[in-house]
Design a protein. Structure first.
Length: 328
């Protein structure tokens, strides 16, 4: 059995101390949109990740959603399991501890999570792709607070995509009608304390499936990004900041001009092993029927089309990937 990966037993190269991703302030978005887009795009092109300071999200909304999530995860296991829907890809409700694994990993991740998705009106054509949300009755206010956070992250994600469109010279509104009813997911994540001798890690090295991911900072350290130099870089956003990364769908659409980068959550150092870790990634997706096909402007003699003749509908791409990580 291999030893658990921790902050003190890292089997791969660590980045030099002090190396970090420079935050880009959301205040620049209104003050100088072109400068914001350029700084954000440069970070994405270099790392596949960016840190956005002064995100502007309502801390009251965030705190209420996180508090409700902690209350839910503290419930007895048999109570929580009522909200698990096997065979559905984990799209809604609870995915229990020890189910998901990174693609190709020998062990499952040491985490459990709750998924909330977009709520659609009766008769909407996308209802064949998106399941109804489920809501725990044991935590008062859970639906209001957690879906409120989903809605806020959805709006912020659209603003980030507007800046990405500007950076790529696609026209600022390029993504608007491609994600407005996207199959996006808010994941409320719980990494329990790590027992001595654990055979897995909190989250094995992986790339995200979706368009972009918005991640609010966790109270406990552990997130690492694999730099283009092959070094693992610690990501610890300052208060009031969030981490944003490119997903495989956007990498594919841009022919890898914007890379989807490997990242992981390593196990804590021994002195922090008894502390749980919570985080809240928002996985922004395309509309289910959007066809992912390389943008012509992203193809050149130096960067030939990696996906010629391989156009794929977003929903089909998502299904393929969910099978690879054991959620289907």
């Amino acid at each position: 059995m291999r030893p658990p990966v921790s902050a003190t037993t890292n089997p791969e190269t660590a980045a030099p101390a002090g190396k970090s991703i420079e935050p880009v302030s959301m205040k620049l978005y209104d003050a100088d949109f072109q400068a914001f887009a350029d700084k954000l795009g440069t970070s994405f092109k270099r790392y596949g990740f960016a840190v956005i300071a002064d995100h502007g999200l309502d801390e009251t909304v965030i705190n209420a959603a996180v508090a409700d999530t902690k209350t839910f995860f503290a419930l007895p296991e048999e109570t929580k399991r009522k909200y698990h829907q096997p065979g559905t890809g984990g799209a809604r409700g609870l995915t229990p501890f020890g189910v998901e694994a990174a693609k190709g990993a020998a062990t499952v991740d040491l985490k459990e999570f709750w998924h909330v998705g977009r709520e659609l009106p009766e008769g909407h054509p996308y209802r064949k792709y998106m399941r109804d949300n489920v809501w725990p009755t044991e935590v008062e206010g859970f639906r209001q607070h957690v879906y409120g956070m989903f809605a806020a992250m959805d709006v912020l994600g659209a603003k980030v995509l507007r800046a990405i469109a500007r950076y790529l010279e696609l026209g600022d509104d390029f993504f608007e009608d491609k994600v407005e009813m996207g199959n996006s997911i808010l994941r409320m994540l719980h990494y329990p304390p790590v027992p001595a001798g654990a055979s897995g890690v909190r989250a094995g090295a992986h790339e995200d499936i979706n368009v972009i991911t918005l991640l609010l900072g966790a109270e406990e350290a552990g997130l690492q990004v694999k730099d283009a130099d092959g070094e693992w870089l610690d990501i610890s956003p300052p208060p009031g900041a969030l981490v944003v990364n490119i997903g495989d769908m956007l990498q594919r659409l841009t022919n890898h001009v914007l890379p989807s980068t490997s990242h992981r959550v390593i196990n804590p150092a021994p002195e922090r092993a008894s502390f749980a870790r919570y985080s809240t990634p928002f996985f922004l997706h395309f509309n289910p029927d959007f066809v992912i096909e390389t943008l012509p402007g992203m193809i050149s003699s130096e960067n030939p089309d990696r996906y010629a003749g391989k156009a794929i509908m977003a929903e089909d791409f998502l299904t393929e990937r969910l099978k690879e990580i054991r959620l289907i």
